[in-house]
Design a protein around this ligand. Structure first.
Ligand code: DC
Length: 231
């Protein structure tokens, strides 16, 4: 029987559904690594802004990606993203970077560049991958898939609390941005945000973190015991 040691877990869903917090806790509880793939898209966005590249300039994006070296490093239990030798982690979580990431993530040149990188990271298993297309496109064979969702209003409140001090946006502006990003992310032609057919859907609107984690751990446990996984 496969043990919980061997699994690859994917967590997809819209912004503010609780993916980051829950992915981190789940990974810690299982002794797994946690990978935030949104940070990779934000890393590409950061470099595109730095180089003055428009979100729809595929040629320039392609050239930039061919020279880009993005990698994660774990420091004091914290995941840091490096572009070349520069730690860009603290520069990624601004409203501007979120919107640019959403825009460049619709470009196939960017998605195919990051697809290879993500699959390379996933080779070792024992990873929780958080993103938008983890269970549908990047790891369709993952043993455990979650799709987290929550009402747009509660997602905006969570983002607003999280960004407190770091941005001058009002709650209304945060909610407007979230709805705009949801629309971009779920209507794009390539790898749109959607639940995989075999994903377990969890609506976190009315759940505490503990309740959500307990539900997720039960699913992981059940899948680890599923004899079908041994075929
Ligand atoms: O999870 P996040 O807010 O950091 O993601 C930023 C943007 O990156 C998001 O609006 C859509 C894009 N993204 C994606 O297209 N695919 C992923 N696997 C992760 C993020």
């Amino acid at each position: 029987m496969k043990s919980e040691q061997d699994l690859l877990i994917t967590i997809d869903g819209p912004a503010g559904a609780g993916k980051t917090t829950l992915s981190k806790i789940l990974a810690e509880r299982l002794g797994y690594r946690y990978i935030d793939t949104g940070a990779l898209y934000r890393g590409v966005a950061f470099e595109a802004i730095h180089h003055g590249i428009a979100s729809d300039d595929d040629q320039a994006l392609k050239e930039m990606c061919s020279r880009l070296s993005l990698r994660f490093e774990l420091m004091d239990k914290q995941l840091r993203l490096y572009s070349g030798e520069k730690d860009i982690t603290d520069l990624l979580r601004t409203p501007e970077m979120a919107m640019k990431a959403s825009a460049v993530s619709a470009r196939p040149v960017v998605r195919s560049f990051l697809l290879d990188l993500q699959r390379e990271i996933g080779l070792e298993k024992r990873v929780v991958f958080e993103g938008r297309d983890m269970g549908t496109v990047v790891f369709p064979e993952a043993e455990v898939k979650f799709f987290l969702d929550a009402s747009p209003h509660i997602r905006a409140i969570r983002r607003f609390k999280e960004m407190k001090g770091a941005s001058s946006q009002t709650l209304e502006e945060v909610e407007r941005d979230i709805i705009q990003r949801d629309r971009n992310d779920s209507t794009r032609a390539v790898a749109p945000l959607k639940a995989a057919d075999d994903a377990v859907r969890i609506d976190t609107t009315e759940l505490t973190l503990d309740e959500a984690i307990e539900k997720m751990l039960k699913v992981v446990e059940k899948n680890a015991r599923n004899p079908k996984l041994n075929e």
